[in-house]
Design a protein around this ligand. Structure first.
Ligand code: SF4
Length: 286
């Protein structure tokens, strides 16, 4: 992948978009093969990646060429933010370690966030977690998907619920924010599975939570099943990012999404009083 040129960002007036983060893509594919994940249809199970040196070169170029990009306020003051947009940035932890070390060696002052698996975060060493923090890791997206073991198995997610809780605890201790990503509405997902997801999200207690209705995307394992059983009600892809329910299900999933958010956020949490946290999250999510 190092042979690919960097994106032609000079063609886009990034500053005018008020963007808060540079997106940097460092790898393609993911070997885990979760049945709902678009990676299998888009990039495949074979993981290909760029070298740490090549990634650092792109980050340096970004900072040099876009001095006026909006900066994000964080524990180390204002810095540009880099979002490593890979579906799974941490397939090789050695490579992430190399990237973090190079960020520090080269004196690059950024904050970064990325998508990661909970088992990775639960099992990496304390030193590597410290390295994340020191190199500017501010936030991670963690795919949890469900609080029901049955549904996790259907998704071939291959994570343990204890690892979800352990990863959350470790990130909290290091002061790294994280978003818990959940999916609602697999074929045989019952009322009690959905309730298990809400309860588990509360137990995990991410800084931000995302509840999305399942969308069987072409190329995924579950898509084949949904097509075979005629369970997709809408093939207009413009509706696939709208939060609309586009699958047949005995539950009203749009109502469940609302219920999940209300039950998650309308509970007392001392973190809600931390204005610094809201300020930082506003910058990441706006
Ligand atoms: S959901 Fe994450 S771990 Fe699973 S296949 Fe997709 S990128 Fe890989």
């Amino acid at each position: 992948m190092d042979k690919l040129p960097f994106p032609a960002r000079h063609l886009v007036p990034l500053e005018k978009y008020g963007t808060h983060a540079f997106t940097v893509s460092t790898s393609r594919g993911c070997p885990f093969g979760c049945t709902f994940c678009q990676v299998s249809g888009k990039d495949g199970l074979k993981w290909r990646h760029r070298s740490a040196a090549n990634i650092i070169e792109e980050i340096k170029e970004l900072i040099k060429n876009h001095p006026n990009i909006k900066k994000v306020s964080g524990p180390e003051g204002k810095r540009p933010m880099v979002f490593f947009v890979d579906d799974n940035f941490m397939v090789s932890i050695e490579r992430v370690e190399e990237i973090c070390n190079k960020i520090m060696e080269e004196g690059i002052k950024i904050y970064w966030d990325a998508n990661a698996r909970v088992d990775t975060i639960a099992n990496i060493s304390e030193d590597i977690l410290d390295l994340f923090k020191k190199s500017g890791c501010m936030h991670l997206f963690l795919g949890v998907e469900s609080g029901s073991e049955k549904i996790l198995k259907s998704y071939n997610k291959r994570i343990k619920k204890k690892d979800v809780l352990k990863s959350a605890e470790r990130l909290k201790k290091k002061g790294i924010f994280f978003t818990g990503l959940f999916i609602l509405g697999y074929i045989d997902e019952t009322n009690s599975d959905l309730n298990a997801t809400i309860q588990f999200a509360k137990k995990m207690d991410p800084t931000i939570v995302s509840f999305r209705i399942l969308i069987p995307l072409p190329g995924t394992k579950i898509y084949e099943k949904y097509i075979k059983d005629d369970l997709i009600t809408d093939f207009n892809y413009f509706n696939y990012t709208s939060g609309k329910q586009i699958i047949k299900h005995k539950e009203n999933l749009e109502r469940w999404v609302l219920k999940c958010y209300m039950m998650y956020y309308l509970r007392p949490r001392k973190e809600y009083l931390d204005l610094g946290m809201w300020k930082m999250l506003f910058q990441i999510y706006r």
